[in-house]
Design a protein around this ligand. Sequence first.
Ligand SMILES: Cc1cc2nc3c(=O)[nH]c(=O)nc-3n(C[C@H](O)[C@H](O)[C@H](O)COP(=O)(O)O)c2cc1C
Length: 386
Amino acid sequence: MNVLVFSASPNHDGLTAACASAAVAGVRQAGGQAEHVPLNDLQIGMCQACNRGWGTCQQDHECQVEDGFQALHARTRQADAYVLVTPVYWGEMSESAKAFTDRLRRCEAVRRDESCLSGKPVIAVAAAGGSGNGTITCLFSMERWIQHLRGQVFDLVPVKRWTREHKLVAIREAARTMVQGETVSQGTSELNIHPTAEIHPTVLLEGKVTVGAYTKIDSGTIITGEVTIGHHTLIRCNVVIRGRNTIGSYTHIYDSVCIEGGRPAQVGSSMAAVPDRSIIGDDCWVNHGVTMHGTQLGDSAAVGLNACCDYNTRLGKGAVLANGSATHHDQVIPENCFAEGVPAQVVQEEITDEDRKRYFGLVPAMWTHYQGDQIEERIRQKQAQT
Ligand SMILES: Cc1cc2nc3c(=O)[nH]c(=O)nc-3n(C[C@H](O)[C@H](O)[C@H](O)COP(=O)(O)O)c2cc1C
């Protein structure tokens, strides 16, 4: 996740700067990329309210006042999340914050759901002096700005000279959580669910479960054990995922699939070098009714309807196991091979996307990407409305 951290003070060593540094530290702690933008170092003038007040930006969504704004506008469009820190001046944002936020709002608010902030999380920080007077009105105007741009208010943090130390911790934690997702303890479970993930209320999550951004999990699914699921992944209804499992990004797992982590390597007849565990790569496609035990799928591998993978099955990158086929334990289907039958046998090597399309009617990895992006779009729209 790329996060822009705007700060809007003329002082490079004051409270505003300290708050921005705390936010940068939180983003980096969570593995995100943070870019600090000190607005006072840029030449960004005020909005000229051209076109008799309506602005040409209403049509073309670009500002005609040429200065440092254009480059920053482009960078803002690229980011995934934002932190805006301003000193409190007269109960309001500082002048540099106002100039930037006014012009961005002019260009983007009319775009509604197409706004560059739409559905993206934003943390607003108002850094005040000793009195703290006007912090709330300042945050109020920041919140309204975020809402005009259809951003998602992730947190609003007031800080003043006397609360500096614990609020710096709060800002760091807010930024870390925004990137990483919050860890919620439920009984003995530790759930780390990204705020943009969409999980149906009937889904049961138990154990240590991590779910990435824009992943969607549909009704009746049970996920229990130590399970990590990437971003933009789709898990349909009544799926059971149990044990130690890693599931990648942009992967699809369809209805009634059963995935089990497997059994220890030293016990029983499995030849696995490490304890069996399911590792499903990125862009994989696991079709309705599939059963998999301790199976590993390379990126873009596909498993057809009602297929079975016994313990320690390995499908290489881009491999396909045909509908209704079954592997025996420890079986390997190499990269880009097509295997079919019970027990499954490789019937074609070096398959291409044309072959995949002929068999499935689509190229699974392309479909999972297309759908993953569609789901992100729908989640963004929903979150912007709430
Ligand atoms: C023109 C001006 C107006 C200010 N107005 C307020 C105010 O309304 N409420 C407040 O608590 N502090 C106010 N302050 C104090 C600043 O918010 C405070 O010093 C802040 O920490 C400055 O950020 P910096 O350390 O990054 O410069 C004001 C400061 C200035 C220069």
